[in-house]
Design a protein around this ligand. Structure first.
Ligand code: PLP
Length: 417
């Protein structure tokens, strides 16, 4: 492994994000990353360039328009390479919720009444509600439920639900509350034994390492680019051979123009174009840590993923260790990260204190966090947690530091349930 002995240079990382030198944002220890991440300079520069120099309808012959179109195409191509997909397997829509909604509309034409669709109660509603709507076409919805003690999904419970009638299984790669990484590759293999489609929600997974969608062998995979250091967009990957079977969701004369047919209204031009900046940021991270070592785009992403996973584990485990010492804090999910089995998305409640009060106490001490159900309300319901008050979620990415964690632990020490 390329990166075993190298640690992430967090000072270098932070220098790439203007938020850390902005007086308004830099006063916070930022623990709201699962809501949306900061963006690096490269992204801001591309956005600025698009708006300044090429803010015209793309793909016409004159140069500013042609450059706009080229940049949009380049952004899609680079993101495809980053996740090991083909360019025409990528849809850049408004959000993951929107992408899932359009996908489920399109998928309904491949299903017939009586076909079965499996959703979980661990997922964010984006990968539940869109599929549950298929009930109105006569499809049977089944729920793969978490173990309420561990908040985790057990693949043996899925085995019981699968049948020759199963057509779709929608499951998260990583819960935005529980943080556990679900073994999507094994789940996909199992689902394919039943000739069903698997739709993975990677929104809480991708900020911690862009996945290899071909290796996972998922049929569809979605994540939100505004949580992976980019602008407010959602990326949907779909296997080309399945995308081709899906009916047009766009203007009728665009028939056959896959995957544009799955993106009614088209992408947001300036935001799509500035995704080049996300690629450049990751490329620069690679070059900074592995100078002179050439690699493919995907190879670079894999090397950087290793650095990020190691750093995130090193900063998150002390927080998990501290929470474990507190009888009045109820942690959701695994109490340690090992072998990349958990994201540093750490949610909890406190005895005798509402999550709303707890979150306010933390905010007063310079911790940027919040309480909510984070639209994983079925998960909270299954755990017996009030879905209005929700949980406090402290979520980190690779620009978080040991100092952030120390500050959060010190803040928690002052708050008792
Ligand atoms: C796990 C998960 N899935 C889906 C979504 C929905 O993403 P979007 O806001 O892009 O619709 C979120 C948003 O927070 C999420 O955390």
């Amino acid at each position: 492994m390329l990166s075993n002995n190298i640690s992430l240079d967090v000072d270098y990382v932070k220098a790439q994000f203007p938020a850390f030198s902005d007086p308004k944002s830099s006063k916070w220890s930022f623990f709201e990353n699962a809501g949306g991440s900061y963006v690096p300079t490269n992204v801001i520069e591309h956005l600025n360039h698009f708006m300044t120099s090429t803010k015209v309808q793309p793909y016409a012959e004159f140069d500013t328009s042609a450059i706009a179109g080229d940049n949009m195409d380049q952004a899609t191509k680079l993101f495809a390479e980053m996740i090991n997909a083909k360019t025409d397997e990528i849809i850049i829509g408004g959000s993951t919720t929107m992408n899932m909604y359009v996908l489920s509309n399109a998928m309904s034409s491949l299903l017939k009444p009586g076909d079965e669709v499996i959703v979980t109660n661990q997922d964010h509603e984006a990968n539940v509600g869109a599929w549950r709507r298929l009930a109105k076409h006569g499809m049977i919805i089944k729920e793969w439920q978490i173990n309420p003690e561990t908040a985790e999904l057990n693949i043996n419970d899925l085995k019981v639900l699968l049948s020759e009638k199963t057509r779709i299984v929608a499951v998260t790669h990583c819960s935005n509350i529980v943080g556990s990484i679900n073994d999507l590759k094994s789940i996909a293999k199992l689902v394919h034994e039943y000739d069903a489609y698997i739709v993975g929600d990677g929104v809480s997974y991708a900020p911690h390492g862009f996945p290899d969608v071909k290796d996972l062998d998922v049929d569809f995979y979605a994540f939100s680019l505004y949580k992976t250091f980019g602008p407010h967009l959602g990326l949907l990957y779909g296997k080309k051979e399945i995308l081709r079977k899906l009916p047009n969701q766009n203007h009728e004369f665009l028939e056959g123009d896959v995957p544009y047919t799955l993106n009614p209204g088209g992408p947001n031009h300036e935001e799509l174009s500035c995704l080049i900046g996300v690629y450049e940021y990751f490329n620069n991270l690679y070059l900074h840590h592995f100078p002179g070592q050439d690699a493919s785009t995907r190879g670079k992403i894999e090397a950087v993923n290793e650095l990020i996973a190691k750093h995130e584990m090193e900063i998150a485990n002390p927080l998990l260790d501290y929470i474990n010492t507190r009888d009045d804090i109820n942690l959701i999910g695994k109490n340690k990260i090992s072998n990349k089995d958990r994201a540093p998305t750490i949610a909890f409640t406190m005895n005798n204190k509402s999550s709303n009060e707890l979150s306010s106490d933390l905010v007063q001490q310079g911790i940027a966090t919040r309480n909510d159900n984070f639209y994983a309300w079925r998960c909270l319901k299954a755990l017996g947690i009030d879905t209005d008050d929700g949980v406090v979620r402290t979520s980190m990415v690779h620009y978080n530091t040991h100092e952030d964690v120390k500050k959060l632990i010190e803040a928690l020490k002052d708050i008792r349930g």
